[in-house]
Design a protein around this ligand. Structure first.
Ligand code: HGY
Ligand code: MN
Ligand code: MN
Length: 408
């Protein structure tokens, strides 16, 4: 039986509460959009903590932050990390736990005077959420060769500011040569963001893979008109067309194996007494089965074209993002499961419904994730919550998994 409670809970929760103050919004939430002032503030705090822990910090050309702890031998490191950026009205744990628990693991190794065979690198990836700069995971996707540097730099936010401008503005544009190099293994601890662990009363999720995701951007162009004198049969109402489309997608495309989400919509002229002339919305489609997801994607586009034709509304669609279902490294998931069991924690093997940086780092080398339960399965909202005891069991599992991997 390994010693439990190896991490320093007081220090860990002090770091977490500092993060929870940085970009805080009412309802216990966070608004810390990628490359915003709040992200800059949190990056500066995290940088200081890394340097206080004796780590050597470097920043790459996409703003990804790597902090390195040397080992006995100059071998490919064990890498641990996640993201510090949040949703616009997000929670205090999504991504943040993975970054701060990685730092806590390093500090605990320091406390115990442990020198690991391999070096360790802890990471904060830029723009995981893909809210301000679409699509998600531009930092991890950039180093994994999914997005080239020019594409990442060109992505603009709703106000027209580019990723590059904002990265330079907050002072976190480093060198391409600082990107993650060859590594032994990558671990990401994350909140589950769903109801499974809580529902089955399990403390640790041993994550075996991540489902596939497709994003579609849609613009419908009808005709704006006066809401009063324009008879219903003469209208080309873009919002009514969108409403019919969304209803059809929920009915005909979504199944128990396929999620369909229209998360973002804008209407113009967006006035009480104007028939909407133009609507812009997004569709997020996910499944653990890539064949089903691709069929659902095609079915979605067909539905949008059919309804638009019926209503004489013009349509433009852009396939914004696609990422396949991936499988993590089974030798690492076995280590996670064994350490959790030895620590006396219940665990469950599972797939991730949400995308994570680990999904792209998995392109570069052996990767896996550890989940901790989300209360009521809620995430991407201010009420997002993971209980202290579950954070501690996640941290101890991460610590002992890192100890094993860094001495392999
Ligand atoms: O979209 C996702 O699943 C992740 O939270 N960025
Ligand atoms: Mn996340
Ligand atoms: Mn998220």
């Amino acid at each position: 039986m390994v010693t439990v409670n190896t991490i320093n809970e007081e220090r860990l929760f002090r770091m977490l509460s500092k993060s929870s103050e940085t970009g805080a919004i009412p309802g216990n939430g966070l608004r810390r959009l990628a490359l915003s002032d709040q992200d800059q503030e949190m990056r500066n705090i995290y940088k200081e903590w890394c340097e206080e822990a004796g780590l050597k910090l470097r920043i790459d050309d996409l703003g990804n932050m790597y902090a390195r702890r040397e080992g006995k031998n100059n071998l490919p490191p064990v890498v641990v990390g996640s993201h510090l950026d949040t949703q616009p009205a997000g929670g205090r744990f999504d991504g943040i736990l993975g970054v701060l628990l990685a730092l806590e693991v390093v500090q605990t190794l320091n406390d115990n005077g442990i020198e690991t065979e391999r070096p360790l690198e802890i990471v904060n990836f830029t723009n995981e959420e893909g809210v301000r700069f679409e699509p998600p995971m531009l930092g991890s996707g950039g180093i994994a060769g999914v997005f080239d540097q020019a594409y990442v730099y060109s992505r603009k936010d709703a106000d027209g500011f580019s990723f590059l401008e904002e990265l330079e503005r907050i002072g976190y544009k480093g060198e391409e040569g600082n990107r993650l190099g060859d590594f032994h293994s990558f671990l990401e601890l994350h909140i589950e963001q769903g109801p499974i662990l809580e529902g089955e009363d399990k403390q640790i999720g041993v994550v075996e893979g991540v489902q596939g995701i497709s994003w579609l951007e849609v613009t419908l162009k009808g005709e704006a008109d006066h809401a009063g004198p324009t008879p219903m049969h003469l209208r080309k109402d873009a919002l009514m067309a969108a409403a019919e489309i969304m209803n059809q997608l929920e009915k005909d495309i979504a199944t128990t194996d396929i999620t369909v989400t229209v998360g973002k919509i804008s209407v113009s002229p967006n006035s009480v007494n104007c028939v909407p002339g133009e609507v812009h919305f997004t569709v997020d489609i996910r499944s653990a089965n890539d064949k089903l997801r691709k069929q659902a994607f095609e079915g979605t586009k067909h539905t949008i074209r059919r309804v638009s034709e019926d209503r004489e509304v013009r349509v433009e669609m852009t396939e914004l993002w696609e990422t396949e279902k991936i499988d993590f490294d089974s030798s690492i998931t076995e280590v996670i499961e064994n350490r959790a069991t030895e620590l006396g924690y219940s665990s469950k093997r599972m797939l991730s419904g949400a995308g994570h940086d680990a999904k792209y780092v998995n392109n570069l080398g052996p990767t896996a994730m550890i989940f901790v339960p989300s209360v009521n399965g809620k995430s991407h909202v201010p009420s997002e919550l993971t209980l202290d005891r579950d954070i501690v069991s996640g941290a101890n599992t991460l610590y002992h998994t890192v100890l094993t991997l860094s001495n392999e």
